[in-house]
Write a protein that binds this ligand. Sequence first.
Ligand SMILES: O=C(O)C(=O)C[C@H](O)C(=O)CO
Ligand SMILES: [Zn+2]
Length: 274
Amino acid sequence: MEQRYATNPAQIPGMTTEELRAQYLVPELFVPGEIRVVYTHHDRIVLGGVVPAGAELSLPGYPEIRSDFFLEHREVGIVNVGGTGTVTADGEVYTLVKGACLYLGRGIREVVFADADAGAQFYLFSAPAHTSYPAALVSPGEGTVRELGDQLTSNRRTLNQYIHENGVKSCQIVMGVTELHPGSMWNTMPAHTHDRRTECYLYFDVPEDSRVIHLLGERDETRHLVVADRQAIISPSWSLHSGVGTAAYSFIWAMAGENQSFDDMDPAPVTDLR
Ligand SMILES: O=C(O)C(=O)C[C@H](O)C(=O)CO
Ligand SMILES: [Zn+2]
């Protein structure tokens, strides 16, 4: 399991592009036939990518988390960004079409990923959990839907909240998917921070010849990362997180930390950005 230690905003001004990418970009989570996981010490989140590629892949209990099985002390949100696939949790089979979200709580011993048709690609966001909430599957578009932004400011988008205070219950995880409308490129602008939670984005459905320019850092000391399809970003609590694509795209956002209030944001007005 790759380890990413926690960082401090004072490190940002001295970092090269390569150093920024090494800390905050997760470039290759989706590898055929593999389960890849990255552990960030920001709120002890584990990000993962699972590509069964015709096989059955079982989630192991990694030595780094000193647990007999992965969900012994954790919970996980899973979104499929590929073809239809199945997740079997202690014998219960869940079928996830593209965009569906599955929550699995603390205590589930065995989690097995497989294709239903072909080409399933599961994204995992896991955080420490103090208790067990029931497993729940949400179909795409069946969470709490919010229409945000405006075509005039190139940020018209549909935000789907899946795991959240008024939806699927969890200990810490808040998770959903935002889809940019055709012709809209900006996400999360005006930007914000939430010093109480770490947030990670997984950009997907980014066309092969397009990129998302993702902004990070404090509002008066921003930097950018150039992000390709199915690459993830770790955004510490002190960092804003916003992006503009060279074409429309979607992204999975997921958070863990002090509270689960989606609207608990510290706004970063455009005119404050440097
Ligand atoms: O499109 C958006 O705006 C988002 O999806 C924002 C993220 O959900 C977020 O940053 C929540 O804190
Ligand atoms: Zn946010």
